[in-house]
Structure formats: structure tokens, C-alpha cells
Write a protein that binds this ligand. Sequence first.
Ligand code: SAM
Length: 284
Amino acid sequence: MSTIDNLPPLREVIARHDLRAKKQLGQNFLLDLNLTAKIARQAGDMSQCDVLEIGPGPGGLTRGLLAEGARHVLAIEKDARALPALAEIADRYPGRLTVIHGDALEIDPLAHLTPPIRIAANLPYNVGTELLIRWLTPPDWPPFWQSLTLMFQKEVAERIVAAPGSKAYGRLALLAQWRSDARIVMTLPPEAFVPAPKVHSAVVHLTALPAPRYPADPAILSRVTAAAFNQRRKMLRASLRGLHPQIESLLDQAQIPPTARAEEIDLERFCALARALQAARDAQ
Ligand code: SAM
């Protein structure tokens, strides 16, 4: 029995339910329940929150979230083989775990969640970035979630928290940091997982800000950063030429040197450029 919840150890659960990891489902399981409880604690106080977990698998992180006091966990899992193991956890925590069998990219979880909502997941690598981008670009802000506590490949985690001037800095950093605080709170070696992936991993904790750090229209900001970073080695006056005939004057208004490259420009200046572009278009 494990010390955190008196349920069997995960190795035994995996053997009993024949949950051999499948690569195509991005399955790298966490089996150390002390570690999953530690990851769960990074999500903060969950006692008054519903927690959305994507990809619970055999339930290591799910058990961590419940043992650490989550009011209710909604877990969405694509692999039907994991459902009996998850049902055992639901029995241990009556009324606190709901499991949905399906693809997280296709299920709207909101119908099953009561605010306030936090999201915590050891994400399947194949869908992790896509889900993050969706959570960061809802139709309205603040979003439905208060915080995201997510495991990524370390290289992706570094792109989320990157600062200007670094190689990892790009659209993902700007998107994440425009309307949330993003920090790497843990790093994990490959051996923490079964099977061990080829790369290191990291847990990123993002807290939604009540409003964007700097005003800008989301669609225009997205267009500006896409054009800037799609040709990141070009000077901005060249990479952004297609956005407006007087792009040099707009760069000047935003206090961006026309010869600068995308990776030198911080979030505040990109937002200023998005506002200048919007004002120029509105004036036409
Ligand atoms: N949370 C478990 C842990 O920490 O040990 C498993 C993590 S494993 C990296 C990713 C999990 O996501 C697997 O259980 C996999 O079956 C599931 N998964 C993969 N694609 C999914 C999808 N589109 N929707 C829901 N679950 C998915």
C-alpha cells in the first residue's frame, strides 16, 4: 500500500491492468507517488477548486492531486485500458474524481467543471503545446482557469518562460507571458518516468493575470508576432513589411529600431506595435 492514499503502488496497478506504455499515446508514466504529490503541490491550494487533468494514465498525478486535497478532479483519458485503474481511485475518493474517456482535443470540459478551476497535467507530448495554446487564447480574458501546472519537455518549458535575447524566445513566450505569469517550478530527469523519454522534462506553473500586461488586440498581436518570428533573422522593417505600407513609421511610434530583429524586442514593445498598427488601420 502507498503511504499517500493506501492504494496499491503504481507498478502493481500497471502490471495488474496490463498498462504497458504506448508510444503513440505519448505515454511516459510517473510511478513515484511522492513525486506526483510534489507536482500536485505546485498547483497551490486546490481545496476550493475543481482540477482538470488531461491524460491521467494509471493515475499517479491524479492520486497526488486528490491526496493533496483537490476538491474535485475531472480527468480526461484517451486510453480505455486505464479506466479500471482510474475507477479504483474514484472508489477511494467518493464523489471527488470524475473520469471521461475520450480525446482532450475534442471534449469541452466546461460542462463538467465548477469554478474556480485549475489545470494540472503530465501532458502527452503530442498534444501538450496545442492544448496550452488553446488555454492561452480563449475568446475572453480572464480565462476559465486560474492556473496551469503542466509537465513539458524541458526545451518547450524554456520556450514558455524565455526572456528577450535568448534563443528560446519567440511566439510561445510572448503568448504565455502577455496574460499570465509563467515560471519553471521543477525539472525532472528522464529516469523519473517509465519508460524514460530521451529528454529532460520540466513543470511550468502559469497563473492567469486579471488583465493583459499591456493592452493590444489579440488577433493583431498574433499577426505581428507571427510575421516577426517567422523570419526571425531578418530585420523587422523587412519581416513586417507586408503588414503595413508605412511599417517603419509604426515601428518608430512603438520605439522599435527598424533594424532590430524579433528576438530583441520585448512584450511591451510588441504590444505597442500592435496598437500602432491598429490605430493606423482604423485611421484609413
Ligand atoms: N498522468 C500520467 C502520469 O503522470 O503518469 C500519464 C502521463 S502520459 C505522459 C500522457 C497520458 O495522456 C497517457 O495516459 C495517454 O494515454 C494520455 N493521452 C494521450 N493523448 C491524449 C488525448 N488526446 N486526450 C486525452 N489523453 C491523452
